[in-house]
Design a protein around this ligand. Structure first.
Ligand SMILES: Cc1ncc(COP(=O)(O)O)c(C=O)c1O
Length: 419
């Protein structure tokens, strides 16, 4: 049976130990709101449902991923996890660069004040318009195939300028635990195509200045993460050697998970924390003076966001308590049965006001959609709640509104605020 979170005030401390109750999946630092603060945020937003993202929590999560990364590596934030302009602007002064994968994300990143030379435009299949949008503002672009190498070369010639090309190297994704089988993916340049991509880029106005070796998402095992990073560094060094590349930039992925359902494994932050300066991966080797980059999305923004939603109805069917709220899977797709249903457990949800501290009983929290999939939490322990009360989902700052089918049933979009 899942537990209702104890209502707290302010932010949980980054240094606080996992308690098993307030932090059942080791996801600290997470946002805890006192009832009054939650009510003020809902008032400020003009009602519910509303996502509220905490700047203070973003500072804590960035510090935490930095401490868990290769010593000295730059930290890039991937806008795909949460492109809200307020979040991106807050992160512009906390991280070293951004990874964007559309002209819309590029515009948000530029508006945040992050310098163009600290932006990387990625994506497995870019259109001519996207290639031009990226090269025209001088951001580095990833090249994922010989055809993309040709597209970026022609675009750079047409625009009459150069540009920085980063070759994304196809990198199989490791298994979730040490020794488990890898899985293939469609991203990046294959080993067979690498020589051709290098040839096309060398003949172009672009400079081949970097490599990106992204190896997956949602890993919690420190051994697996460390091994994947090291393998990425080794592969980058051997490619630099083989092709005589002089690199400014090597991205070795991020991969750290966002545990937020009660059965998700906790991230081994202690195991990842660097224990000293460590060997400089670029010293004297074929990577020369390249900047090493770790890129993260969910582990930075996930814990920093909550979703506040109002109870619209409460009813009992076959002795089961249903609490119907105004947020649905059209706002928080990751909580729907499509994503959270397959053995992941239940999201962290509690009542904003705990009117009756003694009485907790199971409830199924469902949204307003005419779909059986619109179950946000099943058999979670909640106090008595009435129409008009608010519930708070924690740890939902990543892959929220923009990852949800917001057009389904033509309902209103969810609100978002930063505090
Ligand atoms: C190239 C690249 N960088 C960064 C990310 C962000 O990953 P995550 O949110 O798991 O940290 C992704 C996710 O798909 C990605 O494809």
């Amino acid at each position: 049976m899942r537990t209702d979170h104890a209502a707290g005030a302010g932010l949980a401390s980054a240094a606080a130990p996992a308690t098993g109750l307030g932090d059942p999946v080791g996801m600290l630092p997470t946002v805890e709101l006192a009832p009054r603060q939650a009510r003020l945020l809902m008032h400020r937003a003009g009602g519910t449902p509303v996502y509220a993202y905490s700047r203070a929590a973003l500072r804590q999560t960035v510090d935490r991923v930095r401490a868990a990364s290769i010593p000295g590596a730059e930290i890039y934030y991937s806008l795909k996890a949460n492109p809200h302009p307020g979040v991106v602007t807050a992160l512009a002064s906390l991280v070293d660069g951004f990874d964007v994968c559309s002209p819309g994300e590029l515009e948000t990143a530029l508006n945040s004040g992050m310098p163009p030379e600290k932006l990387l435009f990625t994506g497995p299949a870019k259109s001519a318009g996207e290639a031009a949008a990226a090269l025209a503002v001088g951001v580095a672009v990833t090249v994922e195939s010989p055809r993309q190498a040709a597209l970026f070369s022609e675009t750079a010639r047409r625009l009459g300028g150069g540009g920085q090309a980063v070759v994304r190297v196809n990198t199989p994704y490791p298994g979730r635990t040490s020794g488990a089988a890898t899985s293939p993916n469609q991203f990046g340049v294959s080993a067979e195509d690498t020589a051709e991509v290098v040839r096309v880029l060398r003949a172009s106005p672009l400079s081949l200045s970097g490599l990106q070796l992204f190896w997956g998402s949602q890993y919690s095992d420190a051994e697996v993460i460390r091994a994947a990073r090291n393998a990425a560094l080794d592969r980058a060094a051997s490619l630099a050697d083989e092709f005589g590349l002089s690199l400014d930039f090597v991205s070795v992925g991020g991969g750290i998970a966002m545990p937020w359902c009660d059965r998700d494994p906790a991230v081994d932050w202690e195991g990842l924390r660097s224990d000293g300066p460590g060997p400089d991966p670029t010293a004297g080797g074929p990577l020369g003076s390249a900047t090493v980059v770790c890129e993260y999305g969910r582990s930075i923004v996930g814990p920093a966001g909550v979703l506040l939603t109002s109870v619209l109805d409460v009813k009992t069917i076959d002795s089961r308590r249903y609490v119907l709220v105004d947020a649905g899977m059209n706002h928080v797709m990751i909580a729907s049965r499509l994503v959270a249903g397959a053995g992941r457990g239940e999201p962290l949800v509690r009542a904003v006001d705990r009117k009756d501290p003694g009485a907790l009983s199971p409830a199924v929290v469902t949204g307003p959609l005419c779909s059986q999939l619109d179950v946000l939490a099943r058999d979670v322990l909640l106090p008595t709640v009435d129409v008009g009360d608010a519930l708070m989902f924690s740890g939902v700052g990543a892959y929220g509104p923009t990852f949800s089918p917001s057009a389904f049933l033509s309902r209103d979009e969810v609100k978002e605020i930063v505090f």
